[in-house]
Design a protein around this ligand. Structure first.
Ligand code: COA
Length: 533
C-alpha cells in the first residue's frame, strides 16, 4: 500500500504560529481538566479523605488492571454551568480493563454535592450505558450518590432521557447478558439506592457503604422514627438481613479485589471481528498535527497531512482521489484495525457527496468501520449547486451515514457547521464515539453568516421598515456573541454534545482503544434505504 508523503515545511512561520496557537489551546484544556479533578472543593475533598474514602479516579485506578489505560469520557460535562458547583457533573465515566475485559465504569464523585445528579450527570450516566450497549461492555457502578440534585429535579427526574432511563437501561443491559456490578461506597439514597438494588452482584464496604430509599431525616419526617444511618442501611443490615448486597468487605481495597474476583471468573468470551494486522507507528510524528492545522478553520490545508499522522505506517489506499476532491476517502489501519476514512478537504459539492456515499457503501459492505474527520462549513449553496442537485446528493450522503451499520467514529478537527455536521456523522447520527479537538466549532453556521442572515431577515421582515441603524448594530453584536459563545467546544462538551475534548496528538491512541472495543462485536448485516437518484 502507498504511504502518504508529507509536504509540510517545519521551519515555516505558519507552522510555528499554528503550533503556538494549539499550545495555548492545550494549556487551557489541561487547566480545565485538572480543575475538574480537584478544583473548587478543597473542603469537600479533605472531608472525603478524612472519612477514609478514596477519590473517584483513585477508585478506578485500584480496580482496573495495573498499567492499563482508562479512556475517560466527557470530563468537562457541566463545565461553565451552575456557577462552577458541578465539576465533571459529579460523575466519572469511562472504559477500563479488568482481567483483560473492557468494562464501562460509572463512578459518582461524592465531593461534588454528595455525588447527587445534575442534568448533565444523568446525561453522562445514560450515555455511558448506551456506549456499553453498543460495544457490549459489562458495567461497574462505583456508587456514592445521594440521588437527584433536588434544585434541578425538573431536568433530571421525569423525562425520557432522565434518571428513570438509567434504571431502565440497567435492567435491559442485564437482560442482554451484560453484567451489572456495583460497589457501594457511600450514603446511597433514593435513586442512589436503586443502582445497587438493580445490579447483578453487589459489594458493600463496612462503615462507609449505606443504602436506603429514604435517609434518617426522611424516616423521621415520615414515621417519626429516629434511627442512625448504619442501623437504617449499613453493610451488615444489607448483607445479613435484607439481601440487597452480596459481599461485605472491610475496606475499599478489599472491595476492588472482590470486584476483580467477580470479573476473573466471568466466563466472558473473547471474539474477534476484524482482520487485525500488527500495529505500526505512522511515518510522521502525531505531534506535528498542531503545526499543520490552523486553529482558524477558514484557512485551508491538506487533510492527508493529518491522516498521515493517524494511520499505521502512514499507508492510505485512497478511493477516487481525482473525483470530488473536496472530500478525501480511503482505507487504512489504526493500531492494526481496518478503518475507512472520510475527511473534509473543502466545501461539500455534489461530487464530494456522491463519492462519500459510494465509499460509505463500500465500507458497510465489507464490514470496515468508518472514521469521519469533520472540518466542514457545509454543503455548497447557490443556483448552480441547486440545479446540479446538491440537496438530493447531500441527502444520499446523509442517508448512507444513517444506514451504515458498521461502527462509526467522528472527530471534529475544525468546523462543524450546517448539514455538513449530519453528512459527516455528527452526534445525531449516532457515531459510537464523538471526540472534538480544542480548535473545533459546532453550530448551524458561523457567527459571521448568522449575523448576515439575521440582519437580512430583520430588514426584509414585517417590521423591517421601522428598523434603525442602532438596532441593526445591536442585533449584529447579539448574534455574534451568541454564536461565538455557543459554538465554543467547551459549551458543546459541557452539554454532552460529544464524548470529550482530546488533544490532536492523542487521537490515534483514543481511536485505537475505541476500535479494540468494536472488534469484539460483529456488526449488524449491511442494508440500505431508498436513495433519491
Ligand atoms: N440535592 C441537592 N443538594 C444535595 C442533596 C440533594 N439531594 N444531597 C446533598 N446535597 C448537598 C448538601 O446540601 C451539601 O451542599 P453544600 O456543600 O453546599 O452545603 C452537599 O450536597 C454535601 O452534602 P452533605 O450532606 O454535607 O454530605 P455528606 O457526604 O455528609 O452526605 C448525602 C451526602 C448525599 C448522603 C446526604 O447529603 C444526603 O442524604 N442527602 C439527601 C439525599 C436525598 O434525600 N436524596 C433524594 C433524592 S430523590
Amino acid at each position: 500500500m502507498q504511504s502518504l508523503k508529507t509536504r509540510i515545511e517545519r521551519d515555516s512561520p505558519n507552522y510555528a504560529r499554528n503550533r503556538a496557537d494549539h499550545e495555548a489551546l492545550a494549556r487551557t484544556l489541561r487547566e480545565r481538566q485538572s480543575w475538574v479533578v480537584s478544583g473548587n472543593r478543597q473542603r469537600e475533598i479533605s472531608r472525603h479523605l478524612e472519612r477514609n474514602k478514596l477519590l473517584a479516579r483513585d477508585r478506578i485506578g485500584q480496580v482496573i488492571d495495573p498499567c492499563s489505560p482508562f479512556l475517560e469520557l466527557s470530563t468537562l460535562a457541566g463545565y461553565g454551568q451552575y456557577e462552577g458547583q458541578s465539576p465533571g457533573a459529579g460523575i466519572v465515566t469511562g472504559i477500563g480493563q479488568i482481567h483483560g475485559i473492557p468494562v464501562m465504569i460509572i463512578a459518582n464523585d461524592a465531593t461534588v454535592k454528595g455525588g447527587t445528579l445534575f442534568p448533565e450527570s444523568v446525561q453522562k450516566h445514560v450515555r455511558a450505558q448506551r456506549i456499553a450497549a453498543e460495544n457490549r461492555l459489562p458495567c461497574l457502578y462505583l456508587v456514592d450518590s445521594g440521588g437527584a440534585f433536588l434544585p434541578t429535579q425538573d431536568r433530571t427526574f421525569p423525562g425520557k432521557d432522565h434518571f428513570g432511563n438509567s434504571f431502565f437501561n440497567q435492567c435491559r443491559l442485564s437482560m442482554d447478558g451484560l453484567p451489572q456490578i456495583a460497589v457501594v461506597l457511600g450514603g446511597c439514597t433514593a435513586g442512589g439506592a436503586y443502582i445497587p438494588a438493580l445490579c447483578d452482584e453487589v459489594v458493600i464496604v463496612r462503615g462507609i457503604g449505606r443504602i436506603f430509599l429514604g435517609g434518617p431525616p426522611i424516616v423521621k419526617a415520615a414515621l417519626k422514627e429516629i434511627v442512625d444511618p448504619e442501623t437504617l442501611g449499613g453493610a451488615e443490615l444489607h448483607t445479613y438481613k435484607s439481601g440487597v448486597s452480596d459481599i461485605l468487605v472491610e475496606t475499599e481495597e478489599q472491595a476492588y479485589q472482590a470486584v476483580r474476583g467477580i470479573f476473573g471468573k466471568m466466563n466472558w468470551p473473547t471474539t474477534q471481528t476484524f482482520d487485525r494486522r500488527e500495529s505500526r507507528d505512522p511515518l510522521y510524528d502525531a505531534d506535528e498535527i498542531t503545526g499543520i492545522v490552523p486553529v482558524d478553520y477558514k484557512i485551508g490545508y491538506d487533510v492527508r497531512e493529518v491522516i498521515a499522522r493517524l494511520v499505521d505506517a502512514s499507508e492510505f489506499q485512497e478511493f477516487k482521489p481525482s473525483y470530488g476532491t473536496t472530500i478525501v476517502t480511503g482505507f487504512a489501519h489504526i493500531h492494526g484495525y481496518p478503518i475507512g476514512i472520510v475527511a473534509n478537504n473543502g466545501i461539500l459539492f455534489s461530487e464530494s457527496a456522491l463519492k462519500a456515499t459510494h465509499f460509505i457503501e463500500l465500507c458497510n459492505q465489507r464490514g470496515t468501520p468508518l472514521l469521519f474527520l469533520q472540518n466542514t462549513t457545509g454543503y455548497m449553496v447557490g443556483q448552480q449547486a441547486e440545479e446540479r442537485g446538491i440537496a438530493k446528493d447531500g441527502a444520499k450522503m446523509v442517508a448512507a451515514v444513517a444506514c451504515a451499520t458498521v461502527p462509526k467514529y467522528t472527530v471534529f478537527i475544525g468546523a462543524s457547521f450546517g448539514a455538513g455536521n449530519y453528512g459527516m456523522c455528527g452526534r445525531g447520527f449516532e457515531p459510537r464515539f464523538l471526540f472534538t479537538w480544542p480548535n473545533s466549532k459546532v453550530a448551524t453556521m458561523s457567527s459571521e453568516t448568522a449575523e448576515t442572515v439575521l440582519v437580512d431577515v430583520r430588514r426584509n421582515g414585517l417590521k423591517g421598515a421601522a428598523v434603525t441603524d442602532e438596532e441593526i448594530d445591536e442585533l449584529k453584536e447579539r448574534v455574534r456573541d451568541q454564536y461565538d459563545t455557543q459554538s465554543d467546544p467547551y459549551y458543546a462538551t459541557s452539554r454532552l454534545w460529544d464524548d470529550g475534548i482530546i488533544e490532536p496528538a492523542q487521537t490515534r491512541d483514543v481511536l485505537g482503544l475505541c476500535l479494540a472495543l468494536a472488534d469484539r462485536v460483529p456488526p449488524a448485516p449491511a442494508r440500505f434505504r431508498v436513495f433519491r437518484m
